[in-house]
Design a binder for this molecule. Structure first.
Ligand code: GLN
Length: 233
């Protein structure tokens, strides 16, 4: 592979929020695991770089890549028009759906029922941005939305009755519902999204290298097999 210039020579630094299973989570021994971690490792191997993972809040992970403090953000990041104005994205590697988690006995049975309810989200995520938007724009108004540091704390707030529902990506939603009896996911989907790797705007050298590695890893089935390992259809 061609030489790429990175923040720390010889390393590929990934900022993430390792509280977003099964994309990134922290194992009992403190190591990081998940779909993004394995794909990032495979990309680093192709580029002859050592993967370094920096764990932080989701909004900080985006900013780190945006400001060139990390080489890339990989955190189940949804490509949006707004984010594309401040950072560049690789080709997409996975799909996400925003879903709604409610207590099993909730009177919320559809997205319309969420009007006037207290909604928990992860700060700075697309779920946050959509729900906090005005009613005219398809949201529920900022006053009805409580942002939490990560998905886990949002789900804990739901368990404690501090919010009536949580809007979050489908894959972590399933993990959180599995781990917390008494919760369920509504059948209705809130939004369909695509995940990609974010880099500082204009860093085409790194972006091209990432896209090249990603294309090979998609073509030889590596990306799909990593996803299948963590997500059973
Ligand atoms: N896909 C969502 C977003 O990009 C949430 C990602 C996350 O919480 N790690 O905003």
């Amino acid at each position: 592979a061609a030489e790429v210039t990175t923040v720390t020579p010889g390393k590929l630094t990934m900022s993430t929020n390792a509280a977003f299973p099964p994309y990134e989570m922290t194992a009992d021994d403190g190591s990081f695991e998940g779909i993004d971690v394995e794909i990032a490792q495979a990309i680093a191997d192709k580029l002859d770089l050592e993967l370094q993972i920096d764990d932080m809040d989701f909004d900080a992970a985006l900013l780190a890549a945006q400001n060139g403090k990390s080489d890339m953000v990989m955190a189940g990041v949804t490509v949006t028009d707004e984010r594309q104005t401040v950072m560049d994205f690789s080709d997409t590697y996975a799909n996400g759906i925003q879903v709604v988690i409610v207590p099993e006995d909730s009177d919320i049975t559809s997205i319309d029922d969420m009007t006037g309810k207290m909604i928990g989200v992860q700060r700075g995520t697309t779920g946050d941005l959509y729900c906090s938007d005005t009613v005219e724009n398809g949201g529920f108004g900022e006053e009805n939305v409580t942002p939490y540091d990560n998905g886990l704390t949002a789900v804990q707030a739901l368990m404690n009755g501090q919010v009536d529902c949580v809007v979050i990506d489908n894959a972590p939603a399933q993990e959180f519902v599995k781990a917390n009896p008494g919760l369920k996911i509504l059948d209705t989907e809130y939004a369909n999204e695509e995940y990609a790797i974010g880099v500082a705007k204009g860093n085409t050298q790194l972006l091209d290298a990432i896209n090249g590695a990603l294309a090979e890893l998609k073509a030889d089935g590596t990306v799909q097999s990593i996803i299948d390992k963590y997500i059973t259809a």
